[in-house]
Design a protein. Structure first.
Length: 154
């Protein structure tokens, strides 16, 4: 086998290993973030106040302040769990009528079952933007509790 052929085979083998490693890592990450999705509560308006969803014999309450949910200003996210033992909470905010990129905030425990964090919503080219704030609970099982709201660009 010539030196050139050996070099090409080594390079090809390294490329195959790199691709296999990439897809293996993506698969492993996907398995780590498997959440059971709960249906969003009906009649919830986060602009009018906190919303509550019943989950596994307990409840999850989400509030966003200020209540008018302005764009490009700090927003305080507050989650209270009742009757659930939770190890970690994140809130992932997704644009529903337009992809607005990843906006995930890990909340910190404040007192007992009360968790808080801060985020900012970006401006959108659409005047009215529909959003979903998915509360991601890591407990004995992983739960995704979505809450929907909208913003209005001035």
């Amino acid at each position: 086998m010539s030196e050139t052929t050996r070099g090409v085979l080594i390079l090809l083998g390294a490329a195959v290993l790199a691709v296999a490693g990439f897809f293996g890592a993506r698969y492993w990450q996907g398995m780590q973030d498997q959440f059971t999705r709960i249906a969003p509560p009906s009649g919830c308006d986060l602009r009018a106040g906190p919303c509550v969803q019943q989950v596994d014999g307990g409840s999850v309450t989400l509030a966003i302040a200020p209540s008018q949910i302005p764009l490009m200003q700090p927003l305080r996210l507050s989650v209270v769990t009742d009757g659930l033992t939770v190890d970690e909470i994140s809130v992932e905010i997704r644009g529903l009528n337009m992809d607005m990129g990843l906006n995930r905030t890990r909340l910190t425990p404040v007192a007992g079952s009360h968790w808080e964090g801060e985020t900012i919503l970006p401006l959108c080219s659409q005047r009215r933007m529909e959003w979903e704030a998915a509360v991601l609970l890591r407990a004995s099982r992983r739960l995704e509790v979505p809450f929907r709201f909208h913003t209005q660009r001035p």
